[in-house]
Write a protein that binds this ligand. Sequence first.
Ligand code: ZN
Length: 84
Amino acid sequence: MKLNKEEIEYLFKHYFHLLPLDLKHTIKYPYLNEVDLEEEKVKLSAILIEKYGDKVFWNLCPECNKLARTPKAKQCRFCGHNWH
Ligand SMILES: [Zn+2]
């Protein structure tokens, strides 16, 4: 599964805690430059999906099928649809 930037950010914001501690440490190194950091995120996201994919809830808009900002969001940031 190839993740786009939005999906990676979503995973990081909301599901990063699922990763084991030793893996988390790799992302926290402050000396990583931006390119390395992006690569790290792509790698860790793939691991997240592979190992904990069943715990990740992709909150997709029922109207346009795009990814909402958070797993609990009830409004689409793209088309404005809300599903309260
Ligand atoms: Zn939408």
